[in-house]
Design a protein around this ligand. Structure first.
Ligand code: HEM
Length: 186
């Protein structure tokens, strides 16, 4: 295993045993590792270099409606099998499946975002706090357009028949260096 991969698999126990400085270095490294792998970091030479754009949304699910579907139909909403999350092949996956709508290729490359969403639930409401990062804000715009019927093909994401966003924000996330430079006393 390369040392970079080794760090990415750092266990909690190892992290607790580290000095605060070493932990900070590892945390920075891990963030950078994720950023490189997921097309999150704004490239050098561009405005906001080494920072990232983020999108946050709160979604409310209609789970009763979703669970009323037979499992085979639920799977078609996402384009993946329910028990083991295996992707359907292109002949079976509906064009309206979530992953068919959000996977967008440009010049043979998939537009990548790095998703870190968390489900939430209460007595009256269940949903998802969606959080994702990307080197380009337009990737979110393109995905949302394809989800909500605003893209050229006029299609929409079947997922949006069972869940709806009730908040949405775009953020600029500066690099750690820029952030420290901004708060450092002059
Ligand atoms: C309630 C809202 C949402 C739910 C429940 C949801 C759920 C999922 C699930 C279950 C997957 C497949 C498993 C996985 O790769 O993790 C997935 C994939 C994905 N979702 Fe969502 N998602 C939601 C909203 C969004 C939004 C708003 C975007 C973008 C604007 C998005 C972009 C993606 C992308 C890019 C993938 C990876 C597709 C792939 O590479 O196969 N999702 N989502």
């Amino acid at each position: 295993m390369a040392s970079s991969d080794r760090l990415a698999y750092l266990t909690c126990r190892e992290a607790h045993a580290m000095t605060p400085e070493a932990r900070r270095t590892a945390a920075t490294f891990l963030a950078e590792h994720a950023a490189r792998r997921h097309g999150v970091r704004i490239p050098d030479g561009e405005a906001g270099a080494n920072g990232s754009y983020a999108m946050t949304q709160r979604w409310i699910h209609d789970l009763d409606r979703f669970h009323a579907l037979p499992v085979a139909e639920q799977e078609k909403v996402f384009g993946r099998s329910k028990p083991d999350s295996i992707e359907m092949d292109d002949n079976t996956k509906p064009a309206s499946a979530h992953i068919a709508r959000v996977v967008i290729e440009e010049s043979g490359e998939e537009l990548e975002i790095y998703r870190r969403s968390t489900p939430y639930f209460g007595i009256a409401e269940r949903g998802l706090h969606f959080v994702a990062f990307s080197a380009e804000r337009r990737r979110f715009d393109l995905m949302l357009a394809r989800m909500f019927g605003a893209s050229d093909d006029g299609g929409h994401d079947h997922l949006t028949d069972f869940t709806r966003p009730v908040t949405g924000s775009f953020w600029f996330v500066p690099s750690l260096d820029d952030l420290l430079a901004a708060v450092r006393p002059r």
